[in-house]
Design a protein around this ligand. Sequence first.
Ligand code: ADP
Ligand code: MG
Length: 688
Amino acid sequence: MPDSTLKTYGTDVFYGKAVRKYMPKTVADKLEATMREGKPLDPSIADDVANAMKNWALESGATHFTHWFQPMTGGTAEKHDAFLEPVGPASAVHKFSGKNLIGGETDASSFPSGGLRSTFEARGYTAWDPTSPAFIKRHGNGATLCIPTAFCAYTGAALDMKTPLLRSIQALTRATERLMQKFRRPKAHVSVTLGAEQEYFLIDKKFYLKRPDLLQTGRTVFGAAPAKHQQLDDHYFGAIRPRILNFMTEVEQRLWKLGIPAKTRHNEVAPAQFELAPMFEDLNLAVDHNMLVMEVLRQTADSHGLVCLLHEKPFDGVNGSGKHCNWSISYGEKNLLSPGDNPRDNAIFLTVLSAVVRAVDLHSDMLRMATAGIGNDHRLGANEAPPAIISIFLGDELSEVMREIETGKAGKKAGRTTMKIGVDTMPSLPKDTTDRNRTSPFAFTGNKFEFRAPGSSQNCAASCMVLNTIVAESIDAICDKLDAAGGDFHEELQKLLQRLIKKHKRILFSGDGYGSDWPKEAKRRSLPNLRDTLEAIEPLNDLANRELFSKYGVLSDGEMASRYEIAAESYERRVFIEGRVALDMARAMIRPVVADEFTNLATAIGQAKKDGLKVGVAGLKALSLKLGAGLDDLHVKCERLEKALGKTDCRAIIAEMEDLRRTVDRLERLVDDTKWPLPKYREMLFIY
Ligand code: ADP
Ligand code: MG
């Protein structure tokens, strides 16, 4: 039975009551200030904190601790050490010091570094991130204390996803504080917020184990579309099957214990596709929590005889999975992307909104970069996901406000002459109309922006790190202009926003992002359209981008270069693996079955002729012709793919794989169903 009392909510997190229970008040106050406000930790309390954390962890059943980090592999990493230390041949005590807590040294030689760490300097360092509370991970017969950490090289260069994210939060915090000073707001805590909606597929494990492609690449490289898939829209928001609900309930129980506010669950568009959405939280914590959500989804599925597929496009022809990053900035209690009900709040809202518009227009290439990856290539630009062209959707009401500011003329509906920033109240923005355009990669949804391009398996740190940095730069640019201008603050602001909107409005697009006209229109507007990973990672080499990210202290030149190396290499390796898997399956699984059936047919035709049968021969012949042609085709395409795999042209390998797939999928419809060696889409997507 689930815990409906919430008594166990957050019990596996070292925060609040747990902190208070295990350490003296003075130490707890200092630690909590660090956790909440990101203040540097007073080193003199490190031992006390470590001791308290150890006692809490031991009482919670943990025997080990680990620094938990997010290397550039895309996943998380951990190396466990027991708390025990022997004090004699047959006795041991528990030890965990401030030093153990704050930093760790680890052999980093097998983590991707993109040239940042030479082989003779293989050490990597993990550094405690006190802003994300330690937590306990449980497995069947034990538990481990996990300490969220950043991971860097000896030189201090970032080897992970968290370090640049934390740096970018700092940059955006500083810029926001500066802007709020311009608006004469009293000092308050800046918090960047993220709510990451996670989409995923679930299939029965017995099918999964029979699909080498799913096992090795996370997606099906073959598979004919079933007659019925998602055409009837009967899965979306449909009644959730009991087996899936059981799974979801256990996922939530586990997440709630970890203090992860899983809130919404529903069936998604594609058959066997689902979504989990948490309540939004502080960005850094939300990113850590999303990494845990993915882990808990995968592990829980396993114990229910299911497999959770987090790949962006496990099945061709039906919707892929994304991770919608809902992003905003708050200042104290106020969400800066929420239009207020007084003119002063509206002025702040419109300024931050314009800063985002300017940022995305100037740096959409970097946002696209953050979503690059082999899985997402199948999703972005395909006809059911946001396009690879980044544009912003604002909704009718807000677009009208922007037009008013730009032209200085009131719209038809407004009962005044022109919208005066700081004087007039904005018309209200009905939330449901802002949320309607599902084809936009970057949509304003009432009180936040929703970035829909990130892929379901990706770490949202990448996208948010870019977003924070480019918006920080935009806010700074606005502040610089306001500093330079003398006159009345709101009049200057009005003129400035007018100029900004004029200059950057090409990024605004309310039409159909899936339509075939949009790429042409986007080209006319000179918006980048980076179609695959190879194109999408190029912005990391752009000098202006390098300058911007190093100016804001988020990624140095070397770190950008290393990220490019890692992305390019990982992409190449993955393409090669997919090609190899497809070739092996086609040759060793598909071909024998087709050859067998063809041989049987040929024998049957010969026999029928010998027996002088009048009927059936024509049918057998027609089928054997089709199968024979397919068999020849299969041979040719395998040879071609093999040749492509001998070179390092990723696009050529992908093209040959797609070509081979067409042949295999055609054969799937011809060959005896009972003999086909792979579970079919109509089974995997519907039988669970
Ligand atoms: P929907 O988009 O389905 O209408 P919501 O708008 O309620 O649902 O929320 C979608 C996600 O956006 C949730 O994870 C929610 O917590 C998050 N969200 C809501 N407000 C904010 C905010 N101010 N900052 C970041 N995320 C937010
Ligand atoms: Mg959704």
